[in-house]
Design a protein around this ligand. Structure first.
Ligand code: NAP
Length: 307
């Protein structure tokens, strides 16, 4: 039986916040869904597109009476919002965030005192779009949501972790629980490094004076365009990811540079065996991702042939 909330407050009504708002409504989990965002324009658009029932102008108004609080701003704003939670949230309220980095959120939660229950979460689901119109209820379906609990073992807190897991399951996600250090390292390799590579590739193409932008666009089907989808992601969100997951990203970046140097050497010396064996690992991993239902088994990423 899913827990029903009387008032869900969505703080930051962008892609993820508005998707969760829609999913909560679709699953019948909240009687009222209120949005708060720093931007008046986003607040109006969130109501206009039906993502939330109403939007309020202050964090205090949003938090008052809320029994479910979703913090869905960029990671850099989470500490300030949790400080507001410490002052204004109702005792017993369940507070989940959705930030892509968890160590920073766990540390921010540890720095405040509140009778609400903060459960750091990361739904591993998203698109390159931003804003309230980009959200959709099915975003979390069959995706993983990772919970990185605070270092507390009391019964009340463990019950709150179970409540948060219940919310994610009710919107169609699978739940995994792990410590925040492990999360930040795992996501550094599966999400943060791929974004860094995509941003770097697009930057390198932009700087290549002898190849024109028109040519890059024209021949992008050779692989480049698939990186541009990732590189089109929200710059503020990604700025905060790299500022807040420094150690883990530098660790995986070091390993990536070593792999790159290995391939550079293999190309220089015509080492066919090394090239082939490194490239073959790509197919094996791709098959495992498809077999796990995290991607559809369609050629060309499901694009029409004419695309
Ligand atoms: P988004 O579409 O840009 O939405 C974030 C919203 O938060 C924006 O409307 C922003 O307003 C607002 N905001 C920023 N600071 C605020 C503050 N102090 N108080 C109130 N509102 C504030 O971003 P998103 O993609 O939904 O990402 C939100 C969170 O989800 C991030 O922590 C991200 O790491 C995480 N996440 C993202 C994805 C993904 O693929 N996008 C996946 C999983 C998790 P302005 O536009 O005016 O700045």
């Amino acid at each position: 039986m899913n827990e029903k909330f009387s008032k869900a407050a969505i703080i930051g009504v962008g892609l993820i916040g508005s998707s969760l708002a829609r999913a909560l409504r679709e699953a019948g989990l909240a009687e009222t869904i209120i949005g708060f965002d720093q931007s008046a324009d986003v607040r109006a658009r969130a109501v206009g597109c039906g993502a939330v029932d109403a939007a309020v102008q202050t964090l205090k108004e949003a938090l008052g009476g809320a029994d479910l609080i979703v913090v869905s701003t960029p990671v850099g704003a989470v500490a300030e919002i949790l400080a507001g939670v410490a002052k204004e949230a109702e005792p017993g309220a369940l507070v989940v965030d959705v930030g892509s980095v968890k160590g920073a959120v766990v540390n921010a939660a540890a720095a405040i005192s509140t009778r609400a229950f903060i459960v750091p979460c990361h739904p591993v689901a998203g698109t390159e779009q931003s804003g309230p119109e980009a959200g959709f209820a099915a975003l979390f379906r069959d995706r993983w949501s990772i919970i990185t609990p605070l270092p507390r073992q009391d019964e009340e807190y463990l019950a709150a972790v179970a409540r948060a897991a219940g919310v994610w399951r009710a919107v169609g996600a699978h739940v995994e629980i792990m410590d925040h250090e492990h999360h930040d390292l795992a996501l550094a390799i599966t999400s943060h490094l791929p974004h860094l590579i995509a941003f770097t590739l697009v930057g390198a193409a932009d700087d290549l004076e002898s190849v024109t932008e028109a040519e890059i666009v024209k021949y992008s089907a050779g692989g480049f365009r698939d990186f541009t989808r990732i590189a089109a992601s929200d710059p503020v969100m990604w700025r905060d990811v790299f500022l807040n997951n420094k150690a883990a990203i530098l660790e995986v970046l070091g390993r990536f540079s070593e792999e790159l140097a290995l391939l550079q050497r293999a190309i220089r010396w015509g080492d066919a065996d090394t090239l082939e064996s490194v490239f073959a690992r790509g197919r094996t991993l791709r098959r495992a991702i498809v077999a796990a239902g995290q991607e559809k088994d369609v050629p060309n990423f499901g694009r029409d042939e004419k695309d």
